[in-house]
Design a protein around this ligand. Structure first.
Ligand SMILES: [Zn+2]
Length: 311
């Protein structure tokens, strides 16, 4: 891929300059006191000293990010961000291990740190007036601790009306032509689904689901609730369909099968964050591979900081 010819993929000084440009568009930001562009470079390269009289502390662009104190070279981090952000299906830790010539263990940790950078928190609701949001559940991979059924004298559930009991349940919401938000839940029952839908979809939206009873109560709280009857082999009725969310599930499952077959259940939410991130920054929405990586790199702050201007 010719994007990998750029010097920030091969040279640590160039990689640092790339990170500084992305993370500090208005000049160095002191992570200790939050002041912007009131610092000067000292030795060694990449270290800055805050010029605020009350602070005077040293910092680097990787401070509070997953790259801080990493023994992996900065340019390899930059490559890893790009690799994970560019493929529609993701890249495995094995592939990172081979491509970057680092240990498998390092590659595995690196990939999870980058997934954290792809997580979006504190976002506003999906949808809105005149918008359609699709909601659906799916199941992927075996649960590690099968839940026990009181009806089966404490033995695991087999299958039930709400899907396989021994599979990991996922609920996803997709705004048509927009973003996805996915959740790994212990069980996709009505309480869980109602909570997720009402916390994440604006009431003014039109909600599209299948005919599952999980959505019938919460659906009544929306501007409209349209359902397709999959049981009657109906997959779309005009613009009433759940094709977007089903399309998302198929990208997710293909990617998981291809790269992340042995994903532990406790990490599933991180993989969902990764697939959500790529979907929400897909080409159709105007993002290219480089944009996607840049956004993940900018998200790499380990802690929230209130920025302020120098006085
Ligand atoms: Zn400072």
């Amino acid at each position: 891929m010719d994007t990998f010819s750029a010097s920030h993929f091969h040279n640590d000084n160039a990689a640092r300059a790339y990170l500084e440009k992305l993370r500090w568009p208005d000049g160095p930001v002191c992570p200790h006191c939050g002041v912007i562009n009131r610092a000067y470079a000292i030795k060694p390269a990449g270290v800055y000293r805050c010029a605020e009289a009350k602070c005077r502390k040293n910092f680097t662009v990787t401070m509070n990010s997953p790259m801080e104190r990493s023994h992996i070279a900065l340019h390899k981090w930059v490559q890893a961000f790009h690799l994970m952000c560019s493929s529609k299906k993701g890249v495995s830790a094995h592939q990172l291990h081979r491509t970057l010539e680092i240990t498998y263990r390092s590659a595995w940790f690196m990939a999870h740190r980058i997934r954290e950078c792809m997580r979006s928190g504190g976002l506003g609701p999906l949808g809105g007036s005149g918008k359609i949001v699709e909601a659906d559940e799916t199941y992927y991979g075996p649960t590690e601790k099968p839940r026990v059924s009181p009806q089966r004298k404490g033995r695991p559930y087999k299958t039930g009306s709400r899907g396989p009991r021994d599979k990991r349940a996922i609920v996803s919401l997709v705004e048509r032509g927009g973003n996805v938000r996915s959740f790994h839940v212990p069980v996709a029952d009505a309480d869980t689904v109602v909570g997720i839908v009402s916390d994440n979809i604006a009431r003014e939206s039109s909600l599209h689901t299948d005919e599952s009873r999980l959505y019938s109560f919460i659906g009544s709280q929306y501007a409209a609730h349209e359902t397709v009857k999959h049981s009657a082999k109906e997959y779309a009725r005009g613009d009433v369909n759940t094709n977007s969310v089903e399309g998302y599930f198929s990208i997710f499952k293909r990617g998981m099968r291809g790269n992340y077959q042995h994903c532990k259940e406790k990490h599933l939410h991180r993989y969902l964050a990764e697939f959500d991130f790529r979907y929400n920054h897909r080409i159709k929405l105007g993002f290219n591979d480089g944009d996607r990586a840049a956004i993940a790199v900018k998200n790499a702050d380990g802690k929230r900081l209130t920025y302020r201007q120098p006085h």
